[in-house]
Structure formats: C-alpha cells, structure tokens
Design a protein around this ligand. Structure first.
Ligand code: FMN
Length: 185
C-alpha cells in the first residue's frame, strides 16, 4: 500500500487504476470547467494564520451536524456512480466516513442501494434526492430512506442539484477531436 501524504497522491493512484472514462467523469467540471478549477485555486489563496505561544490544550474539531455528533464539520458529498469506480464503492465510502466520524451522503444515482449501505454500516447516513416526475417512485424512495433512518427524510440533509447533466467529461472527449479538425468547423 503506497503512503498517502496528500489528496494529490490519491488522485495520481486513482488515475492509474481506473479506465480513463471513469477518471474523466470524476475529474472534470461543467462546460469551461471554471468552477472546477476555482474549487482548487480559490482555496490556494487561503493561508493559515500562524499563532505561537498559545494554549493548545483542549483543541477539538468535534461538533454536531443535523443533530449528529461529528469529528469535524465535514461530510462526504454525494457522488453518483461511486460503485462504478470501485466495486461496493458506496459501502466502502460510507464505512470510511463512519470510521472517521463524519457523515456520508448517498447519491440518488448510486450503484449500491440504500439497503446495501444501511446493512453494512451503523452510523446514520444522508440521502441526496434528485426529484423525478414519477410520484410513486419518489414515495417509495422516501419510504426506503426513512426505513434506513436517513436524516434526510425530515426534510434536512437534502441537496438541490442541477436539473441537467453536466457536460464536462463529454466536452473533454470532444475537444481534442475538434483541435485535430476531426469534427466541427
Ligand atoms: C463525479 C461527481 C459526481 C457527483 N454526483 C453528484 C450526485 O449524484 N448528486 C449530487 O447532489 N451531487 C453530486 N456531485 C456534486 C458533489 O456532491 C458536490 O456538491 C460538488 O462536487 C461540490 O463540492 P466540491 O467543491 O467539494 O467538489 C458530484 C460531483 C462529482 C465531482
């Protein structure tokens, strides 16, 4: 097992391990990918303020989120098709989140079911909902989330996402072909 020192190490290993289309799915943003780039570059502008000779006892990142005790105020955001990247990916991510003491969010677009994740974890996990026009299906989905004790069923823990699929990875595939004059004008 290689030693992981930072997120960039994980990204490099991930790139070697998965087919290119899976990598591109996770490592691209919408259209010009401006937000995707700025998600990193904006954080690069933030520095920690160095403080010396201060009392470091009793420091803690512990808090609560949606009434749940967490080791730090961070949750795993919903990532569709995680199980495509790695077998049982959603279960593995949920277990890792549980071990670390932070919430895991299961995407509507997951490979592992709500029940699969619930069976393999003890901590409550959040369920992200994409609303579809099929009321029956939505009702059953909420019932299943409620049965699995997902906090989202009370109306919190839900995220509002885009109504259309982002095009980033398709654009990445198209751009080199355009540059080579294979398509477009
Ligand atoms: C590959 C990928 C898949 C995602 N799938 C979903 C999804 O299924 N549902 C959802 O609500 N958000 C989805 N998101 C959005 C993330 O949950 C998150 O809100 C977004 O990436 C912003 O957080 P970040 O700045 O930490 O990346 C996805 C993001 C990525 C990169």
């Amino acid at each position: 097992m290689p030693v992981i020192t930072e997120i960039e190490d994980l990204r490099r290993i991930y790139k070697r391990r998965v087919p290119k289309m899976f990598y591109d799915y996770a490592e691209s943003g919408s259209w010009s990918e401006q937000t995707f780039r700025e998600n990193t570059s904006d954080f690069d502008k933030i520095y920690f303020r160095q403080r010396v000779a201060v009392d470091m006892d009793n420091r803690s990142t512990r808090t609560t989120m949606l009434g749940q005790d967490v080791s730090m105020p961070v949750a795993l955001a919903p990532v569709g098709l995680t199980g495509m990247q790695c077998a049982d990916g959603e279960i593995k991510a949920a277990k890792a989140a549980e071990d670390f003491g932070v919430p895991f969010t299961l995407s509507t677009m997951s490979i592992c079911s709500i029940e699969d994740v619930a069976e393999n974890t003890n901590a409550p996990f959040w369920f992200q909902v994409y609303t579809l026009k099929d009321d029956d299906f939505m009702r059953r989905l909420f019932d299943r989330a409620r049965a699995a004790n997902c906090p989202g069923h009370r109306g919190d823990g839900r995220s509002a996402g885009t109504g259309t699929a982002p095009q980033g990875s398709e654009e990445r595939a198209v751009r080199p072909a355009q540059a080579d004059g294979e398509i477009g004008g």
